[in-house]
Ligand binder design. Structure first.
Ligand code: KG4
Ligand code: ZN
Length: 362
């Protein structure tokens, strides 16, 4: 991408993200340089409830937004007057949480006369990869966005226009990880725990049937898999081991290993293997369909090591790009990055911009 300004002055965008349980702010310069990226996680607040509690999330965002934005500006050595725009997540997400970031962004823009750019969170996840790999990505690209709230396949064309090819009809992939982990007593979020335990189990030990979708075969469904895991757990009488783990909330991997018998490790490995197969099979078919020249995998589940290994060992005829783990999960650098093409096109938002819980990208 070309530089936005003809002068030598760098172009800086402040990104603000508050769609779920992370309050984040970042300053990105000239499309690709992350000058700062601050993420305040609310994990400890929500962990004891086994999932994100929307009311608590809004309250935590309110507490964190000022210090997080100040820290991002300080670390970047940037003042408001140095900003070309503020990019803020406008949806999808929890409305109360989105409103905190958005109201704050609008206030700064109003006071300092800075242009406002609303960014779709899913587009942000795609731009986490664009930010890091930029010109190496050839278009059209196939983007697999897999997080706690989303499981989508998009065709990404030059200039960042999108076409939705498939999506989950029930749980998102990350949600399936979280629900299975919760069922087995590992607490929230479950993806990272299962990711760490799966290599100790046999992925072929428990056979789960892959889903077949009527209508659009590129759509996903994880509810059948979740039910199959539940049945397996019920028939194996795991109450005692699950109760032991429930007392260890937030434990280390060594504690989880100590309290997880081989049969449960095998179950976890087989579950993760099946989720990865569901994701990769559809990604490969849709990439073929659109004649993709690259595959982008992003969102929290993109930090899964099993998924990364499966994608890189698949010998696909196009390169596969993952964000580094820190940019896979929610952050504001990806939101700032998604703001650059909009800044270039002069696509600014007015102060009427609304937070939208179910905002679609395409
Ligand atoms: O992108 P993200 O931070 O937030 C949303 O936009 O939802 O994704 C969070 C999700 C959670 O469901 C979490 O369990 C999952 O990503 N996740 C993982 C891993 N790290 C985070 N899932 C599988 N393996 C991981 N290593
Ligand atoms: Zn996300």
């Amino acid at each position: 991408m070309t530089k936005l300004s003809s002068s030598t002055r760098p172009v800086r965008i402040l990104g603000i993200e508050s769609s779920c349980d992370e309050t984040a702010a970042a300053v990105v310069e000239d499309n690709t340089r992350i000058l700062s990226s601050v993420v305040a996680s609310q994990l400890s607040t929500h962990a004891k409830y086994g999932g994100v509690v929307p009311e608590l999330a809004s309250r935590e965002h309110l507490r964190a937004i000022v210090p997080v934005v100040s820290a991002a500006l300080d670390q970047a050595g940037t003042g408001f007057r140095d900003l070309a725009a503020i990019a803020v997540t406008k949806g999808p997400g929890l409305v109360g949480s989105l409103l905190v970031g958005m109201t704050f962004a609008k206030s700064i823009c109003l006071v300092h006369g800075i242009p406002l750019i609303g960014v779709n969170h899913i587009e942000g996840h795609i731009h986490a990869v664009v930010l890091e790999t930029g010109p190496e990505i050839a278009y059209p690209a196939l983007a697999l966005v897999v997080s706690g709230g989303h499981t989508h396949l998009f065709e990404v064309r030059e200039g960042f226009t999108y076409r939705l090819l498939g999506r989950t009809r029930d749980d998102a992939a990350g949600e399936a990880f979280d629900k299975v982990a919760k069922l087995l007593g590992y607490g929230y979020p479950g993806g990272p725990v299962i990711d760490q335990l799966a290599p100790y189990g046999d992925p072929r030990a428990v056979h789960f049937t892959l889903s077949r979708m009527k209508g659009n075969p590129l759509d996903f469904s994880f509810s059948g898999l979740k039910t199959a895991v539940l049945r397996w757990v019920q028939s194996h009488h795991l109450d005692a081991e699950i109760a032991t783990r429930r007392k260890l909330a937030g434990a280390s991997i060594q504690d989880w290993l100590r309290t997880t018998p081989q049969a449960t490790l095998d179950l976890l490995a087989s579950f993760q293997y099946t989720v990865i197969e569901e994701l990769m099979r559809r990604a490969v078919v849709s990439a073929e369909q659109i004649g993709a020249r690259s595959l982008i995998v992003s969102g929290g589940v993109a930090s899964n090591r099993g998924l990364r290994e499966r994608a890189s060992s698949a010998r696909l005829p196009y390169p596969v790009f993952f964000p580094t783990p820190a940019l896979s999960t929610d952050n504001a650098a990806m939101i700032a990055a998604a703001g650059f093409p909009k800044l270039q096109r002069g696509e600014f938002d007015s102060f009427d911009l609304r937070a939208s819980a179910n905002l679609a990208l395409a």
